[in-house]
Design a binder for this molecule. Structure first.
Ligand code: FMN
Length: 326
């Protein structure tokens, strides 16, 4: 079988792209808070044969630098973060093949809720949903979500392991063939094929039965991007698509081997996973045109963009060389 590269468009349901200053680009649209904007991106990605559109997410503005949101808002540094699942739904309505993925946190949500939202997206889009499982990053998110402080790193992954058991348990609650929908007999579904989970664990209790039947693809695709030893163990255990952010080939190979090794240790077939490494290409018809585009992009970011994102512990800061201070 010919191996194919999986292409994922890394997006943000925000006022900028992954490049924090992108809203200042002369060609960028001013309506990034409209369905029309995201539907246009979805159509372009589908036309370009991308497998998936993916929304990064965080449950707070990057306001840790100076402990103040004034600069975050004034300079538009990822200060808008809409609910990515709602945005994905609008994109799903104008496409037929594009995978639709977003992040949701195992630290701040309940597994039943996350399982239900993604299972619903999966049904509404004919089996195109995917969930990027994250444990979240900083205290800003904790403060917005009813806690004083973010949980400790490895404890977050212990909680995430149990979170996955609950989500996958719920996703399997309705066996294939459980829906009958027979008006003549009056039977909607076969009760022997719909199970209660009755989960009682260290972090979660969730009874069920789950309220969303299985989709055509069984359940949404699970994405993971753990990079630490504990994170890679988690990714190897659960991830079907793995995101990495290696900066060079040696680093990429090391990560690739480590994740595949963890999957094998968890009793899974590493060939069943897709590994996708983050790149930020600037494309054009010719090299000279691409360089001109790059030059425009490089002039956009301010030092404050980088400082804000570093302070929030961002793993995806793409502020090119040449940032100007303000
Ligand atoms: C491509 C990519 C996308 C990511 N998206 C998110 C995200 O949306 N939200 C988030 O909190 N973390 C995100 N992360 C961070 C990872 O989930 C993970 O926490 C990080 O790689 C550090 O690994 P560790 O958790 O094992 O320490 C992303 C990482 C990568 C490489």
């Amino acid at each position: 079988m010919t191996r194919q590269m999986a292409l994922v468009g890394f997006l943000q349901a925000q006022n900028c792209t992954n490049l924090p200053s992108s809203w200042r680009h002369p060609d960028s649209r001013d309506d990034s808070m409209s369905a029309d904007y995201y539907q246009e991106i979805a159509r372009i990605l589908e036309r370009g044969k991308f497998h998936m559109a993916f929304f990064d997410d965080r449950l707070a503005m990057p306001d840790r630098y100076g402990n103040d949101h004034a600069h975050t808002v004034e300079y538009g540094i990822r200060c808008v973060k809409m609910d990515p699942i709602v945005v994905l739904t609008t994109m799903g309505m104008v496409t037929t093949k594009l995978g639709l993925a977003s992040t949701a946190s195992t630290t701040y949500f309940e597994p039943f809720d996350v399982a239900r939202r993604f299972a619903t997206l999966d049904l509404m889009t004919g089996g195109r949903a995917a969930w990027n499982v994250v444990t979240s990053v900083n205290d800003g998110e904790a403060l917005n979500m009813g806690r004083e402080q973010h949980l400790e790193h490895d404890l977050r992954y212990d909680r995430a392991d149990e979170f996955m058991e609950v989500v996958l348990g719920h996703w399997d609650a309705w066996e294939d063939g459980s829906l009958v929908i027979d008006k003549t007999s009056g039977r909607f579904a076969d009760p022997t094929k719909v199970k209660r989970l009755d989960h009682k664990g260290q972090f979660f209790t969730s009874r069920g039965p789950f309220t969303v039947p299985r989709s055509a693809q069984g359940h949404p695709v699970v994405i993971q991007a753990g990079a630490s030893g504990r994170g890679q163990r988690f990714a190897g255990r659960w991830g079907e698509v793995i995101f990495t952010a290696a900066r060079n080939l040696a680093n990429a190979k090391q990560g690739y081997d480590a994740i595949r090794g963890e999957a094998a240790k968890a009793g899974r077939d590493p060939d069943q996973m897709f590994l996708c490494n983050l790149i930020t290409p600037v494309t054009a018809a010719t090299k000279a045109e691409a360089e001109d585009r790059m030059a425009v992009i490089q002039k956009l970011p301010l030092e404050i963009d980088a400082l804000s994102l570093l302070a929030e512990g961002s793993t995806s800061i793409s502020v090119p060389r040449g940032s100007t201070s303000r």
